[in-house]
Every structure is written in structure tokens, then in C-alpha cells.
Design a protein around this ligand. Structure first.
Ligand code: ADP
Length: 478
């Protein structure tokens, strides 16, 4: 069986968030299960691609139009030995050959052209896949193009799947750009529409043979609230399924992780974590004797990051609690500014790193005592799973995948985390106090850390669930 994943991100080539981690891990696990798994993504001119330029082999060239505007493109193949699966990078001149994944004013043009090229490429690709697996709205048109675009008819018998990693972002745009799309029978125009706009995510949900979400709980939540798509997700319930993401245990393994300052395993956890914590405290001017609570993530409303500055001020300025708070992230400029101001005011127990730093995130997972995730929306959440694998206790809200993966410490022996509900400053501060109390009971705290390292969150189980789904689609397609 051959699967082709299509995505805007794939670790370590280009990462903004969890989507990259999933698309960088799942194909590897599928390859080891005997399934040929490849990835198609845009070529970005970033550190990874520049470092691997010599390994990239040009396999296909062409030109694509958006209306009357023509763009030249190349499909560059990264051989399997680099990441454990083949990757095709689509380099569209003047559209994708830029450093960042998202955030350009012409993202609609970039990703629409990308999706048209993916389908043109697949039409010409000798080894036709058995299943095309799309990820998020940047690939949402593909199931539609495969079924209804005149130029891509050869693909109409291939099953397609769309996985929703985040339904907040839908990529919708107005009809004045409809001419960007390839020709299709106008009778099918309803499939691209959602409330008067062209909506790639809605299109993918309508046209894919299967819809998956990255946790079961998130699927249930989306059928109630999905940034306007809830009705659609309810009507497509029969073809939808939630499959929890896993942890790539080759990348996220505290005994081999080269980004950690001190490696450790279940036996050496206390020494290893202490070493990493001291390194963090030294670097960020924190007190190693006190518990260290960290946040890692994008500063967006969904992650509850707008509440962080008030929480820090409440905990450290008003209540002067005996705890360190360390924040790593970037995003909303107001949040960034508030945190910078706090950084000037509070020293010794608080610090923040504004930006994206993969290595620092690993050291935090390997050294901070608690991970704070006060998310309002969390489709799956990988951070809490990485934290757990590294023996770090999660403090989480009761939503999405967090609900599927974290058991409150007061729920009996099985419990290991601190669950807060609802998401507000008061509840987050209360959860922080609970963490301080747990930390004070050293023997109990250390036992919980070890318990966490025994929890299995590897991709093995979820990768098998995907394979079962692919097989069922292949049977239908035959
Ligand atoms: P989302 O995809 O919604 O951002 P996930 O929990 O699924 O959230 O995945 C987030 C991933 O991005 C994790 O691997 C996390 O460690 C990483 N990450 C997020 N922000 C940063 C940052 N500022 N620096 C380093 N890694 C980050």
C-alpha cells in the first residue's frame, strides 16, 4: 500500500506547531509497518532546505496559472535515507521560496497554487498512491480537485482523507479569487462554498472520503463549536473519526535527545532533570530550589496565553509565591509586550523567551517541574505528551486532547496531573498553588514523575488505527 501525505509543515523541514510533528512522525511509523509513505509539501527557503540543497533531486517541472498569472515550479525529491521517508518539495518561483511557512499577504495564492500543482504532479506520478492523506486547510481543496476538476479526473478513484489538526484556521476567501481554481463543472460549486465564501477546510470536509481529528474528544467538541463549521461536522459525522496523535519516540527520547543538557532514563531521572533544571535556572536567573513551572507555545487566544501576564503578576507580585515561572513562545504582540514589561519588573523568579527555539523547548521538557497549558482549545496537544514522556507534570485545562490524556492527581493512584476548569486567571493561580503543594511532598512528586515516564504515548497504536482506516478505504475503492 502507498500513502501520500500532503501538508504545509513537516518536522524537521519546517515547523510552526504540532502539525509538523505529526507529519514528520506518522510516515516514519507507517514505513516501519511496511507501508510506503511519502510527503508532499511546499519548498520553503529555510535553514533545513538550504542545508540539504545538494541532496534534492529535481523530478518534475512545470508551470501553473492563477488566472492569467503564470508561475514556474519544480518538484524536488528528498531521498528516503534523510528522514526515513521520501519527501517531495514543491518550489513555486516567487510564491513558496521564502523563509516562513505562513503569514504572507498572498497565502491564498501560495497554497492554492501548491494544491493545484500537487494534483498535476499526482496525475503524472507513475506510482499512484492508494490513499491521499491531506492535513488541514492548506490541503483542503485536494479532495475536491481529485474528484471534480477536469484536469485531475485520473485521480477520482483514489480515496482521500482530511485530518483536522486545527479547525480555527480555515483559509477562507472571497469569490473574486474563484478563477484561481482549476476548471470544474459549475454544478459542483456548492462544494467549495461555506456561507458565501470559498472555504478550503469546509471543502475538504465535504469531499474527503474520511475526516479525522487528532483526538476523539476534539471531534465531539467540533460538532458543537468549530468556528462556524459545527453544522457541517455534525452532518459529516458518519465518515468522521478521532485518532489521537502520538509521540515520535526517536525524536522525543530523554536518554538520547541530543538537545538536552543532561540525558536521563527512568533510573537516572532525578539527577538528569536536576541538571537540566539548574542549567535553565542559571540561564534565566531563576531559583533552583523552588518549583519551576513553564509554558511553551504560540501566544494565541486558544492557548490561553492572553492570561499569562495577569497570572504572573498575581502569583509573583501580589501573592509573592515561592515558585519560578518561565515562558517560551511568541505570537500576539500585546501579550509579548506585557511579558517584556513583567520581565523588567520581576527578576529572580520569572523569565520569558520571546521567540521560537526548538532546543530550548527540549531542555524545558527535560528540566522544568511542571508544564502549564491553560488552553481554551487544544485539538490534541503534543506538549503535554512530551512533558509526560520526560517526567514533567502537566497542569492543563479540561479540553480537547488534554481531557483524553491527563488524569488529575486527586483522581486516585492513576492520577498524575493538575486539571483546571474553567480557564481563567483565578483557576490558573489555584492550579499553580496545587502544583506548589505537590512539589513540597518530594517523595510523592518524584514517584509521580517516574509514573509518567511509564505511560505509553508512542505512535505505534495510532499509526495502526490509521492503517486500518486506509485498508477499509482501499477495499471500498477496489
Ligand atoms: P499547536 O500545533 O496548536 O501549536 P501542539 O501542542 O500540537 O500545538 O504542538 C506544539 C509543538 O510546537 C510542540 O512540539 C511544541 O514543543 C512546539 N512549540 C510551540 N511553540 C514553541 C516555541 N516557541 N519554541 C519551540 N517549540 C515550540
Amino acid at each position: 500500500m502507498q500513502i501520500i501525505h500532503i501538508s504545509a509543515e513537516c518536522f524537521p523541514i519546517a515547523k510552526v506547531g504540532g502539525l509538523a510533528d505529526v507529519v514528520g512522525a506518522l510516515p516514519k511509523y507507517q514505513e516501519t509497518s511496511g507501508i510506503s509513505s511519502k510527503v508532499i509539501m511546499p519548498f520553503y527557503e529555510n535553514k533545513f532546505t538550504i542545508q540539504h540543497l545538494e541532496e534534492l533531486e529535481s523530478t518534475f517541472i512545470g508551470e501553473i496559472n492563477l488566472g492569467e498569472k503564470l508561475y514556474n515550479y519544480k518538484v524536488l525529491k528528498l531521498p528516503k535515507q534523510v528522514l526515513g521517508f521520501e519527501v517531495f518539495l514543491i518550489k513555486i518561483e516567487n510564491l513558496t521560496d521564502r523563509p516562513n511557512v505562513y503569514g504572507y499577504p498572498d497565502d491564498v495564492e501560495r497554497f492554492t497554487a501548491f494544491q493545484k500543482i500537487v494534483c498535476d504532479f499526482l496525475v503524472n506520478f507513475k506510482e499512484k498512491p492508494n490513499v491521499v492523506h491531506c492535513h488541514d486547510h492548506h490541503t483542503g481543496f485536494i479532495p475536491f480537485f481529485m474528484s471534480y476538476s477536469m484536469a485531475h479526473k485520473k485521480l477520482q478513484h483514489i480515496p482521500s482523507i482530511i485530518t483536522i489538526h486545527n479547525a480555527q484556521y480555515q483559509g477562507d476567501f472571497s469569490y473574486d479569487k474563484m478563477y484561481y481554481l482549476p476548471d470544474f463543472n459549475i454544478e459542483n460549486a456548492g462544494l467549495i462554498d461555506w456561507y458565501g465564501r470559498i472555504n478550503p477546510l469546509a471543502t475538504g470536509i465535504k469531499c474527503a472520503w474520511k475526516v479525522t481529528t487528532v483526538s476523539s474528544n476534539y471531534l465531539g467538541e467540533l460538532q458543537k463549536v468549530a468556528n462556524g463549521l459545527e453544522g457541517l461536522l455534525r452532518s459529516e459525522k458518519a465518515k468522521s473519526i478521532g485518532i489521537l496523535n502520538g509521540v515520535d519516540s526517536q525524536v522525543w527520547n530523554p536518554s538520547t535527545d541530543s538537545m538536552l543538557k543532561f540525558n536521563f532514563n527512568k533510573k537516572t531521572i532525578n539527577k538528569g532533570r536536576q541538571g537540566n533544571k539548574e542549567w535553565l535556572c542559571n540561564k534565566f536567573n531563576l531559583d533552583p530550589k523552588l518549583p519551576l513551572i513553564a509554558f511553551i507555545g504560540r501566544f494565541v487566544y486558544e492557548k490561553g496565553s492572553d492570561l499569562l501576564s495577569e497570572v504572573v503578576s498575581q502569583v509573583l507580585e501580589k501573592e509573592n509565591k515561592e515558585v519560578n515561572l518561565l515562558l517560551l513562545g511568541s505570537g500576539n504582540p500585546e501579550t509579548e509586550n506585557q511579558l517584556r514589561e513583567l520581565q523588567n519588573r520581576i527578576q529572580g523568579k520569572f523569565n520569558t523567551f520571546i521567540g521560537y527555539d526548538e532546543e530550548l523547548s527540549h531542555i524545558i521538557y527535560g528540566g522544568a517541574d511542571f508544564l502549564l497549558m491553560p488552553s481554551r482549545v487544544e485539538p490534541c496537544g503534543l506538549n503535554q505528551m512530551y512533558a509526560m514522556r520526560y517526567g514533567m507534570l502537566p497542569i492543563v485545562s479540561n479540553t480537547g486532547g488534554l481531557k483524553d490524556t491527563v488524569i488529575d492527581i486527586d483522581q486516585g493512584e492513576e492520577g498524575f496531573g493538575i486539571v483546571l476548569n474553567p480557564v481563567n486567571v483565578h483557576e490558573i493561580c489555584f492550579a499553580i498553588q496545587r502544583a506548589i503543594d505537590v512539589y513540597a511532598n518530594k517523595a510523592f512528586f518524584k514517584a509521580k514523575r517516574k509514573q509518567l515516564m511509564n505511560i505509553e504515548h508512542s505512535w505505534d497504536k495510532s499509526a495502526q488505527e490509521y492503517i486500518k482506516m486506509y485498508q477499509s478505504l482501499v477495499n471500498i475503492a477496489q
